[in-house]
Design a protein around this ligand. Structure first.
Ligand code: SIN
Length: 329
């Protein structure tokens, strides 16, 4: 336990022990995230706050900080480990510093749809990944869906050669960098909070993201083309620090986990709805043209990007890749 946590815990104990009215300072959970509130993660976080505060009045308080208000995605995991926040749900592409295994989710054209992603996440191999960072002080509490990624750009992208020489913003994953290298594009790792400005100032040409992020962050207003590529998945891992989680009173931990599971289920429902709704809203806006790919065009991308699997099979593990692949039907 860090000195800071010890002081906090000590102060709370003294307060509880000496107060005649048995007043105890509530346990504070700060949940920080980088997306808007009208997204699967934004809604899941709000639901978690509501459930926990209703079930544990005065014992647990939850504060939600959306839109990278508190920490951007470069800093949120460090802040979690330091105890400045207690809950985050970064995209699975943002854990490379802590484990290579989660990069399995970034392999291009691995999952045929979100049902396959879900099957893999709930499989023994997927569940084992939740504990893959305990030694680094991180506890995975559950997966949360967002959806499949689409490609947005300032010129129409249908074939791999259309992406050649173009700069695409990516999350901090070497697999995603290799994916764009494979089509001779230029991957640029940048935090989510900077994407709108980078696109607006044309410092980059495009980016990959889900319908809900493209809609809620208004990327569609400044990117004239979106290719419905479904080339990869953008999901989340809800994580806390081992220190916080194991330090919770035993009578609270199961209830907090139950509230979290319920809010994840709710977030997943929102994800399924928003994928469709936000795509329709983008099309209806007329500000961005949504392009589809023919089966032949898609196959060209698959072939160009397939070497990325081989490149990372040592780090990720062949068995894990096979288990993920087996989730397709
Ligand atoms: C998020 O959905 O949390 C952000 C995704 C991104 O960085 O593109």
């Amino acid at each position: 336990m860090s000195i800071r946590s010890l002081i906090k815990a000590g102060a709370a104990t003294v307060l509880c022990a000496f107060s005649l009215t048995v007043f105890c300072a509530p346990i504070e959970i700060k949940f920080s995230h980088v997306v808007a509130e009208n997204t699967p993660k934004g809604q899941m976080a709000i639901r978690f706050k509501e459930l926990v505060e209703k079930r544990f009045p005065g014992r647990v308080s939850v504060q939600v900080f959306p839109n990278a208000q508190l920490f951007g995605d470069n800093k949120e995991l460090e802040a979690l480990i330091l105890g400045d926040i207690q809950l985050v749900a970064p995209s699975l592409s943002k854990f490379q510093k802590y484990t290579d295994k989660l990069q399995v989710f970034d392999l291009p054209f691995l999952f045929q749809d979100m049902e396959a992603v879900d099957r893999f996440q709930q499989s023994p191999a997927g569940q084992e990944l939740l504990n893959s960072m305990e030694k680094k002080g991180l506890v995975g509490l559950g997966y949360l869906h967002n959806g499949m990624k689409q490609l947005s750009a300032n010129s129409p992208i249908r074939l791999p050669e259309d992406a050649e020489g173009k700069k695409f913003r990516i999350m901090s994953s070497d697999v995603l960098a290799a994916q764009f290298d494979a089509v001779d594009a230029i991957p640029v790792k940048k935090p989510f909070s900077e994407v709108f400005t980078l696109l607006q100032t044309k410092a980059i040409d495009g980016q990959e993201n889900t319908w809900s992020n493209i809609y809620s962050k208004k990327f569609f207003e400044i990117q004239p083309y979106i290719t419905e590529s479904n080339h990869g998945v953008l999901d989340y891992l809800v994580v806390t620090s081992a220190e916080f989680w194991h330090g919770l009173p035993d009578d609270l931990r199961p209830g907090i986990k139950k509230a979290l599971n319920e809010s994840i289920a709710y977030g997943n429902e929102i994800a399924a709805l928003k994928g469709e709704e936000d795509k329709k809203a983008i099309i209806a806006s007329g500000q961005s043209q949504v392009l589809s790919m023919t089966a032949e065009q898609r196959q060209q991308w698959v072939e160009k990007m397939r070497p990325v699997w081989k490149k990372f099979d040592g780090e990720i593990g062949r068995d894990l890749i096979s288990a993920a692949k087996a989730a397709n039907r």
